[in-house]
Design a protein around this ligand. Structure first.
Ligand code: HEM
Length: 485
């Protein structure tokens, strides 16, 4: 008995040892250990720091063996293009990770693949266009929301405040008006709870870790916040379910009021179809996706801008002066002013660069073996577009840690070089909300800087520009005074 167990153990360990080895044709990386693979490599900090350290050692393409996956990191503008644009057929799916398979049930837009993803992405883009540019344009909706937001800031009377939560709710209201056809008061309890829970999930520092090491799901207790995620998921799903039901009760076949209505009408068209992707569960996840992908990213960018401006009074003054000259102080800037405000555009682009909001984008998966730089990316590998490598490319952006909008202004004073960064990622999975996000960033930030200067609390220095990483990379909480010019 004992010797048989011993033999089985030795065979098993040998198998694990061989399996743990990095095949010679894979992208390089630290030597994996039996059973634990490259887990020790994760001890070097968050995944962004880990990736930056590996890049110093291995170049633009490297890999880690983690849990059941090979994880391949792709860095640098040209290699990213080659991978995610030229080889889009192979690298446009999402992997089978915990958050995608279990939390998002492979529905919605962010987490679906194949036929479902294609159909839903196409539908969502069209619907966003209709509810964005149709009866009441997206711009009007953003401007209205922005007006309310500015009024609240005015009431604060220059007192120090944590602006992030307020920005989050205001940006979320824009998505609300598109998806559920209404906006909420900033002190609405249900709304605030929903916004906070979505934020909590997006900035959960353990999210990427649990995705790479699925066995962490089985660790007792809730150290990795998984039970918490399930609880949040249930609360959010219930809130969206109620909205869907309310919409169904009041649906007018001839007048889609918002995204939910449009989807319900589409559901009716596909009712007889077996296995249709247009069903309530899908709608529920799509709505949550638009919230999750559309709120935290945009509001985090705006919050970074406030922090960077607070640390650079001269830049703030220059931006304000440009707005004064072009727009004046009596009306809100609109999208038609955009081309006349090169410095404002440059400040926003520099914020997206240095804020580095989604530094590792979202996980992709190789659906077939693929050769890049003479290395094989194996079928089933998780592939990470390291957008950080583009945003912080020293060749294009000397002194990358410095906030300097003039990187995006040419000799003639024109806005330029914006395509040297890729904050919205690239390829077929490129951010679905890019144009909405660009409108929001422009309209929010110009009206904020038009009205207020951002100062640290009296007697304090502005906080350091450090962030923390979940899926998004956001600034640590800080207080700011919004003082009228
Ligand atoms: C995906 C960035 C705003 C909806 C993404 C991705 C990035 C990104 C990096 C991942 C792409 C990939 O998989 O490689 C940003 C940034 C934003 C922003 C920086 C704001 C400044 C928005 C908004 C919406 C939105 C406002 C809402 C309409 C989505 C969706 C996806 C996505 C649905 C998934 C696309 C897919 O899987 O096909 N975004 N985003 N995003 N974004 Fe955004």
């Amino acid at each position: 008995g004992v010797s048989l167990t011993l033999v089985i153990l030795i065979v098993l360990l040998t198998f694990l040892w061989i399996r743990s080895k990095r095949p010679g044709d894979l992208p390089p990386g630290p030597t994996p250990l039996p059973l634990i693979g490259n887990i020790p490599a994760l001890f070097g900090g968050d995944l962004l720091q880990v990736s930056r350290n590996l890049r110093k050692q291995y170049g633009d393409l490297y890999s880690l063996s983690l849990g059941p996956y090979w994880i391949v990191f792709v860095n640098g503008y040209d290699l990213l293009k080659e991978a995610f644009v030229k080889n889009a057929d192979v690298l446009s799916d999402r992997p089978d990770t915990f958050s995608i398979k279990v939390l998002s049930e492979r529905r919605g837009i962010v987490s679906s693949n194949g036929h479902r993803w294609k159909g839903q992405r196409t539908f969502a883009l069209a619907a966003l266009r209709v509810f964005g540019f149709g009866k009441r344009s997206m711009e009007t909706k953003i401007l209205e929301e922005n007006k309310n937001f500015i009024e609240i800031l005015e009431k604060e009377n220059g007192k120090p405040m944590g602006l992030a939560g307020l920005i989050n709710r205001s940006v979320s209201n824009v998505i609300c008006s598109i998806t559920v056809g209404k906006t909420f008061s900033y002190d609405d309890e249900g709304f605030t709870q929903a916004v906070n829970l979505v934020g909590e999930e997006i900035s959960n520092p353990y999210g990427p870790l649990v995705d790479m090491l699925p066995f962490l799901q089985y660790v007792p207790g809730d150290m990795f916040l998984i039970k918490r995620s399930f609880k949040n998921k249930a609360i959010l799903e219930q809130a969206v379910k109620e909205e869907i039901e309310e919409h169904r009760q009041t649906l007018d076949e001839n007048d889609a009021r918002d995204f939910i209505d449009a989807f319900l009408l589409e559901e009716m068209k596909h009712k007889e179809e077996e296995g249709t992707d247009f069903e309530d569960d899908q709608l529920q996840f799509t709505i949550l996706d638009l919230f999750a992908a559309g709120t935290e990213t945009t509001s985090t960018t705006i919050t970074w801008a406030v922090l960077f401006l607070m640390k650079n009074m001269d830049i703030q003054e220059k931006m304000h002066e440009e707005i004064e000259n072009v727009v004046g102080s009596n009306r809100q800037a609109t999208l038609t002013d955009k081309t006349d405000l090169p410095y404002c555009n440059a400040v926003i682009t520099e914020t997206q660069r240095l804020g580095n909001i989604v530094p590792l984008s979202l996980f992709h998966m190789a659906t077939e073996d693929l050769v890049l730089e003479n290395r094989r990316i194996p079928k089933g590998a998780i592939v990470i577009p390291v957008l950080d490598s583009v945003q912080n490319d020293e060749k294009n952006f000397p002194n990358p840690e410095k906030f300097d909008p003039t990187r995006f202004i040419n000799n003639e004073g024109k806005y330029c070089n914006q395509d040297k960064i890729m904050p919205f990622s690239l390829g077929r999975r490129v951010c679905l909300g890019e144009s909405l996000a660009r409108m929001e960033l422009f309209l929010f930030l110009t009206s904020m800087v038009q009205k207020f200067k951002f100062l640290p609390p009296v007697g304090e220095q502005p906080p350091p520009a450090v962030g923390s990483l979940g899926i998004t990379h956001g600034p640590l909480p800080f207080n700011v005074r919004c003082v009228p010019w």
